[in-house]
Design a protein around this ligand. Structure first.
Ligand code: CP
Ligand code: NVA
Length: 298
C-alpha cells in the first residue's frame, strides 16, 4: 500500500495490519529503536483547522525519525489558486510524503497521482480514514475484538466520519446503526454499494438499543458553517445522553472523534462520564498515525 486515501479502497487484511501495528506502536512508544522515517521529510498541507490530526502526525513523524513541515493552505500559493496538480508536482520533488486535509476527495487523489509520493488523507468532505482506523483500534483495545459488535452512530449520518464508519463496517463485518434526521442520512446507493450490516434510522433510541458503542461527531462539519442554523434545528435530539446510554444498556463505549460541542451532539454529563474513553481515543490517533506512516511503501 503506497497511500491511505480512504477506507473504501482498503482490504480488511490491510485494516487489521494497521490495527496490529498501532498496538505495537503504543507498546513501544518512546524513542523507538528503529527510526523508519530517518532522513525523510513529510509535508502536512491543511486547508481546514486541526488539533488532533496535526499534532499526532507532527509528533508521530518526529518519533519515527522524520521531519514534518506544516503548510497551511492559505499561506501557500494553493490558497491563491495554484492548481493541486502543480502543487503536487513541486512537493513530489522535495518531500517524501504528504498528509493532506482538504475539502474534495478528488484533490487528495489527484495529489497522490501527480506527486508520486506517499499520500495520506487527513480528512476530506468524503472520508476521515485516520480517525476511523484509530477508533477501531480503540474499540479492539477496550473490547478485545470487533466481532459481533454493534456500533451506533448518532448525528450527521452523511458526514466524512459516518461515511468512513460505513466502509469500516462493510469491510470488517460488524453491525453499524446510523441514527440521523432524514435530510442527513447517507445516500442509499452508498450504503447498498458498501454492503454489510448497516441500518439507517431516524430513531436515536432504536439505534442505541443494545449497542456496544455509541459514537457521535459534530453537527456542523468544517465547511458547513453557513448551514449552522438549519443544521442545529435539524439535529436537535440527535444526541448521546443518558437516555441513549440507558437504551444501550450495560456499559457501552461512548466515543467522540472531537472536537465536542456539549449540549449539542453530546451532553456535558455523558461526555465527562466517558472522558477516559474519549481521550484514550484521542491519544490513539498518535499510535495509529505512526502505524500508517510505517506501513506505507515508498
Ligand atoms: N478528530 C479530529 O480529526 O480532530 P482535529 O480536527 O482536531 O484534527
Ligand atoms: N465531521 C467533522 C470531523 C472533525 C474531526 C468535520 O469534518 O468537521
Amino acid at each position: 500500500m503506497k497511500h491511505l486515501l480512504n477506507i473504501e479502497t482498503l482490504e480488511a487484511s490491510q485494516i487489521n495490519e494497521i490495527l496490529a501495528r498501532a498496538a505495537e506502536m503504543k507498546q513501544t512508544r518512546g524513542p523507538h529503536q528503529e527510526r523508519p522515517l530517518a532522513g525523510e521529510c513529510w509535508a502536512l498541507m491543511f486547508s481546514k483547522s486541526s488539533t488532533r490530526t496535526r499534532l499526532s502526525f507532527e509528533v508521530g513523524i518526529r518519533e519515527l525519525g522524520g521531519q514534518p513541515v506544516f503548510l497551511a493552505a492559505n499561506d501557500i500559493q494553493l490558497g491563491r489558486g495554484e492548481p493541486i496538480r502543480d502543487t503536487a508536482r513541486v512537493m513530489g520533488r522535495m518531500v517524501d510524503g504528504a498528509v493532506i486535509r482538504t475539502y474534495a476527495q478528488g484533490d487528495v487523489e489527484e495529489f497522490a497521482a501527480m506527486s508520486g509520493i506517499r499520500t495520506i488523507n487527513a480528512l476530506t468532505d468524503e472520508e476521515h480514514p485516520c480517525q476511523i482506523l484509530s477508533d477501531l483500534f480503540t474499540i479492539v483495545e477496550k473490547r478485545g475484538s470487533l466481532d459481533g459488535l454493534t456500533v451506533a452512530f448518532i448525528g450527521d449520518g452523511d458526514c466524512n466520519v459516518a461515511r468512513s464508519w460505513i466502509w469500516a463496517a462493510a469491510k470488517l463485518g460488524f453491525t453499524l446503526r446510523i441514527a440521523a434526521p432524514s435530510r442527513f442520512q447517507p445516500p442509499a446507493d452508498l450504503v447498498a454499494r458498501a454492503g454489510g450490516n448497516i441500518h439507517v434510522t431516524t430513531d436515536v433510541l432504536a439505534a442505541s438499543n443494545g449497542a456496544d458503542v455509541l459514537y457521535t461527531d459534530v453537527w456542523i462539519s468544517m465547511g458547513k458553517e453557513d448551514e449552522a442554523a438549519f443544521r442545529t434545528a435539524q439535529f436537535s435530539g440527535y444526541q448521546i445522553n443518558q437516555a441513549a446510554v440507558s437504551a444501550a444498556g450495560g456499559s457501552p463505549l461512548v466515543m467522540h472523534c472531537l472536537p465536542a460541542y456539549r449540549g449539542k451532539e453530546i451532553t456535558d454529563e455523558t461526555f465527562e462520564a466517558n472522558a477516559q474513553t474519549i481521550f484514550d481515543q484521542a491519544e490513539n490517533r498518535l499510535h495509529t498515525q505512526k502505524a500508517v506512516l510505517t506501513l506505507l511503501e515508498a
